[in-house]
Design a protein around this ligand. Structure first.
Ligand code: HC1
Ligand code: SF4
Length: 584
């Protein structure tokens, strides 16, 4: 342990602790801007500067580790003057269009000004960088960038993609893709993790709310709104509810209050995905067990950031991907065919909106492979943050909303679908169904959970052994299936490299593009706090355990869909509507 004083207060902390963390542990808050605990320690903004006795210069407390007998002062005139000057210099190169910025009141730069008590700035200049780069998913506004480099850390270290970096030098520095490419041309996966950590309005999702308002205001259009599993455990944060609060009923009520004609649940189509993906995996596994050629490991395909990543960086591996569309695309396809036929609605007059925790889904809906005769399965994607904004714009009192419900039949779901929103969940849901099909009984694990793949570690593994199988799966008897799960693209790279080296030990892999899965998607309420992630995860497991039916193949509404329309999982019709192909 290391002993020091901060503002003359004795403090004892473990070796390796930074000054900013030591101060927090004893109740002293040092203002900061670029710092993100355990994620970004770069010292680029130097707002967290402190005086250390004996040192000539002020030290950035986010990168300086404590030493024995150190005497730190966090609140001297010299420190305060330096912070204020640094803050004013940041503002001198910032667009300051606060009133019309989408981060107004959630901007960390704004908050910092309040904390520091800066009410006047001596430098009246505006940003020297004036450029807006809008792709279908992500919009960069360089006039607002403060060069803090949090996005560089997210893109390079957390995701391992490396699209965003500091280009040029000195006053000309910009954070951008190499060679001045727009983000749409730069092999960006549109995961949106850079938008989650951006402290200002420089990186955000490309706004789709205007399109949705237009459809809602058109009496000729039938608007279907669906919401992803992870939205329900994060939306409440935008209205002051503690992280981990499930607001499923209020979310459904809000979607209806906005004017949706049909309020559906992506959970429904997550169950459908399991039926299709499970059938596809069993087909590949049966070939493998019978010693026929089969492309294994099979990899899940619901995360469009991951799909874009594999298409850019490992195009030779796309045959490993499940051909299933992602659940919200499946729901769109079923709404415009099965449901439209059932209700006698003209699908050309339907407008399907997906509320997603994900920015890459905005890109996914524009893919040509997701259209049938030019008609898109889904017409607009808004993020959880955009849904929150629309609820506020509509003057809906979220707290006063009652427990709304989803419409049938595309709103009925099982617990297996809820856990799609977290790392390991798609795999657990698939294994519940695959095991039941092969063995004719439930997965023999406590509470139906596959414990080794439940945590938030980067790479997780499990082994499933088939015993006492049904006669039609005789070749599976006593055999093991090796499972791999990862989330975040840095983990995806590890597993893809194993496949490239032909050393992958797995038969079935789940990959989600964002670390932790959709609960921490690029369109979720901004938080880099690991505790928030854990609370959202616990809330989704609670949703699963709270449901009376917890296995996708037991969903009565999905059973009816096959009887009335699709025939059986993997049928020709199911393939036409629910499966896709990939770009090499
Ligand atoms: Fe996800 Fe999915 S779970 S991809 O993680 O398969 O975004 O929540 O909607 O489509 O169901 C995201 C979440 C989401 C799809 C589902
Ligand atoms: Fe990097 Fe993802 Fe941001 Fe693209 S969206 S720049 S891949 S962090």
């Amino acid at each position: 342990m290391v002993h020091l004083t901060i503002n003359q207060k004795p403090v004892t902390v473990p070796e390796g602790t930074t000054i900013i963390e030591a101060a927090r542990q004893c109740g002293i808050h040092i203002p900061s801007l670029c710092y993100l605990k355990d994620i970004h320690k770069f010292g680029s903004c130097r707002i967290c500067s402190v005086e250390v006795e004996g040192a000539k210069n002020l030290m950035a407390s986010c990168v300086t580790e404590v030493r024995e007998d150190m005497a730190v002062r966090t609140n001297t005139k010299r420190v305060r003057d330096a912070r204020n000057m640094l803050y004013e210099l940041l503002l001198s190169d910032h667009s300051k269009s606060c009133l019309s910025c989408n981060r107004n009141q959630s901007c960390e730069l704004q908050k910092l000004g309040e904390t520091l008590g800066v009410t006047e700035t001596r430098f009246k200049t505006d940003s020297s960088r004036q450029h807006v780069d809008a792709s279908v998913s992500i919009t960069r506004d360089l006039s607002k960038c403060i060069l803090c480099r949090r996005c560089v850390t997210a893109c390079n270290q957390i995701q391992g993609v490396g699209v965003l970096n500091a280009q040029q030098r000195g006053f000309d520095t910009v954070i951008a893709p190499a060679m001045g490419l727009p983000i749409s041309k730069a092999n960006c996966t549109f995961c949106g993790q850079c938008t989650v950590v951006c402290p200002v309005g420089a990186l955000k999702e490309t706004d789709s709310t205007a399109q949705v308002w237009q459809a809602l205001n058109d009496p000729e259009i039938r608007v279907v709104i669906q919401a992803a599993p992870a939205v329900r455990v994060a939306l409440g944060e935008l209205f002051g509810y503690p992280p981990g609060t499930s607001v499923t009923g209020k979310m459904a009520a809000a979607m209806r209050a906005l004017g949706a004609d049909d309020v559906f649940d992506t959970d429904w189509s997550a169950d459908l995905t399991i039926m299709e993906e499970g059938a596809e995996f069993l087909e590949r596994l049966t070939k493998y067990m019978d010693r026929e050629a089969a492309v294994l490991p099979m990899i899940t395909s619901c995360s469009p950031g991951w799909i874009k990543y594999i298409e850019h960086y490992y195009p030779e591996q796309t045959a490993h991907l499940s051909t299933c569309k992602s659940p919200h695309m499946m729901l769109g396809a079923m709404a415009k065919t099965y449901y439209a036929e059932k209700k006698n609605i003209d699908p050309a007059k339907m407008f399907v909106v997906s509320v997603m925790p994900c920015t890459a889904k905005k890109f996914e809906i524009t893919r040509e492979e997701m259209k049938r005769k030019g008609v898109a399965d889904v017409d607009a994607v808004i993020t959880t943050r955009e849904l929150g904004a629309m609820i506020k714009q509509a003057g809906i009192d979220f707290h006063a909303l009652g427990e709304g419900t989803f419409d049938e039949p595309l709103g009925v779901s099982t617990g297996a679908a809820d856990i799609f929103g977290l790392t390991g969940g798609v795999m657990e849901a698939a294994l519940r169904t695959v095991y039941a099909i092969v063995c004719g009984r439930n997965l023999p694990f406590e509470n139906l959970h596959v414990a080794p793949i439940m945590g938030l570690e980067q790479v997780k593994e499990a082994i499933l052994r088939f015993e006492k199988v049904l006669p039609e799966y005789e070749s599976f008897e006593g055999k093991e299936v090796h499972i791999g799960v990862t989330s975040g693209l840095a983990g995806a790279k590890q597993l893809a490299d194993q496949i490239a080296r032909e050393t992958s030990p797995y038969h079935f892999i789940e990959i989600m593009g964002c670390p932790g899965g959709c609960i921490t998607g690029g369109g979720q309420p901004r938080s880099a706090d690991p505790e928030v992630r854990a609370k959202r995860q616990a809330a989704l497991y609670a949703e699963d355990e709270g449901k009376s039916i917890r296995q996708s193949h037991e969903n009565p509404s999905i059973q009816a869909l096959y009887t009335e329309y699709l025939e059986y999982p993997g049928s020709k019709k199911a393939h036409n509507l629910l499966h896709t192909k990939y770009v090499k």
